[in-house]
Design a protein around this ligand. Structure first.
Ligand SMILES: Cc1cc2nc3c(=O)[nH]c(=O)nc-3n(C[C@H](O)[C@H](O)[C@H](O)COP(=O)(O)OP(=O)(O)OC[C@H]3O[C@@H](n4cnc5c(N)ncnc54)[C@H](O)[C@@H]3O)c2cc1C
Length: 446
């Protein structure tokens, strides 16, 4: 198969997240010029690509690994998110207790792995693991949440239910009726984490080429990747391109790219925090389908995103480029922010940015291997809930590569067959009909 992504370089937008804004100047690795032969070529330098490079080079130091990134590392959602490192797999219900425990344990392992990488290598990365809260905006759902927590904690999932008054001791949020506190979840600065791994990966011999978009994939026993100034011939390829994957010809009917808008305040001092009512915890997300979430940076900026249909944009034709003003989206995010924090009216918004997420019909992501020669590996479709899973993906794909993947086979994301999403114009109409119907509906997971 030969596919084209010729205009991709121009199609990834330039706006900067709060995570990228505060960083020292970054010198990208040289682009690929000439031809390269390697055992594994990874396309994409977000969490999925970097975690795959990390685990492959750690477990199989004799294998040659190359990572090709269209722009710079963490250019995609991995450098533009809310920072919440959460458990669970989006789209998977927790009503089956045994299955819920299996999923929780896997995602908890994903967070453990990140914590270990940071600690063992003394990486200068802001990472905190003092728990997150999933808040309820409806009393009946809060009651159900309390029952779920009781059932799941008996099975060893260490959640705690916070009543509305207990929640207020941590976090005062207008309209919150209680929360599920997850003590093993946390928050990470994705740009710092990815950049901090770079010198270690180079030290292990991983070849990293930035400003190197893959324009076409020729499948075969040896796969050929075409880039503007050279080719790569590899025994295996990893698609770590999440929302951009359909542009390479894969998952065209399984993934929809959505543009998600977020804002961050100026750095806030202790007095403002206390006035706003944020006392403890790495962050929160809510229970609605158009999920709202918030977290804190190390400098005390409050990051906030989601919360309304307008906070997520779909561009006709599933285009990954978002090239119209996002003012409506930012205004919607800000309005939701003020609903939760009515005392924040005079707080200045210092950053706003857009990132692209890959949404599947069921919201469940998929990780596996495909192709006639079983040498195209993939982990895509995180549906806006991928910080933990994309970092776990490197471990899962490495285990698949060495044939030691049994322990992942029962996971809902393992070779998950993605539900069919029709092409245009049905896709556009379906997306808008669906969002209108579900704007304030509850989310489909714990
Ligand atoms: C605003 C926003 C808020 C979010 N908040 C959260 C949150 O709080 N918690 C959470 O769990 N998740 C969150 N997410 C989702 C999470 O960030 C993503 O699921 C995760 O980062 C996906 O990582 P990835 O490596 O698979 O994809 P990406 O980070 O998108 O990386 C893909 C990379 O591939 C590169 N690429 C694409 N095509 C090519 C090509 N042809 N050749 C070479 N390179 C290519 C891109 O430039 C990009 O760098 C959020 C996302 C956004 C946008």
């Amino acid at each position: 198969m030969s596919t084209e992504a010729a205009t991709l370089l121009d199609e990834i937008d330039e706006n900067r997240s709060v995570w990228a804004a505060g960083k020292p100047p970054y010198e990208p690795q040289p682009k690929l010029e000439g031809d390269l032969v390697c055992d594994v070529a990874i396309i994409g330098g977000g969490f999925t690509g970097v975690s795959t490079a990390w685990h492959l080079s750690e477990l199989l130091p004799h294998k040659s690994v190359a990572l090709l990134e269209a722009k710079v590392l963490a250019n995609g959602a991995s450098g533009r998110n809310g920072g919440l490192m959460l458990n669970w797999v989006n789209g998977v219900e927790t009503t089956d207790t045994e299955r819920a425990k299996l999923v929780y344990d896997a995602t908890r392992e994903g967070i453990d792995i990140v914590e270990r990488i940071i600690r063992d290598n003394a990486l200068p990365v802001r990472f905190r693991r003092d728990g997150t809260n999933e808040i309820f905006t409806d009393p009946a759902r809060a009651e159900q949440g309390a029952r779920d927590v009781e059932r799941l904690s008996k099975a060893g999932v260490p959640l705690r239910f916070l009543s509305a008054s207990e929640l207020r001791e941590h976090l005062q949020l207008q309209g919150a009726c209680g929360a599920i506190h997850d003590p093993t979840a946390g928050q990470i600065d994705g740009v710092a984490f990815i950049r901090a791994q770079l010198p270690l990966l180079l030290g292990r011999g991983v070849r990293i080429c930035e400003n190197t978009p893959v324009l076409g994939v020729e499948e075969g026993k040896t796969i050929t990747l075409r880039t503007p100034h050279g080719t790569v011939r590899a025994g295996a390829v990893v698609l770590a391109t999440n929302a951009y994957t359909p542009r390479l010809g894969y998952f065209k009917r399984g993934i929809v790219p959505l543009h998600s808008h977020a804002i961050a305040t100026e750095p806030l001092d202790e007095a403002t925090w206390s006035e706003l009512g944020w006392r403890q915890g790495a962050g929160f997300s809510d229970d609605l389908d158009r999920v709202a979430y918030a977290s804190l940076t190390k400098d005390g900026e409050l990051v906030f995103g989601g919360g309304s249909n307008a906070a997520y944009d779909y561009v006709y034709g599933s285009r990954t480029r978002f090239d119209r003003p996002a003012d409506k989206g930012y205004a919607a995010v800000h309005a939701r922010f003020l609903e939760y924090f009515p005392k924040a009216k005079s707080v200045r918004i210092a950053h706003r940015w857009t990132g692209t997420v890959a949404v599947t019909m069921s919201r469940v992501c998929t990780m596996g291997v495909m192709g006639e020669h079983r040498n195209i590996y993939y982990a895509v479709g995180f549906s806006g809930h991928g910080i933990t899973l994309a970092n776990l993906a490197g471990r899962v794909l490495t285990d698949l590569y060495v044939g030691a993947d049994e322990r992942w086979r029962a996971q809902p994301f393992y070779q998950q067959k993605l539900l069919y999403i029709p092409p245009e114009p049905l896709r556009w109409a379906g997306y808008h009909a669906f969002t209108k119907l579900t704007g304030k509906s509850p989310r489909r997971h714990a």
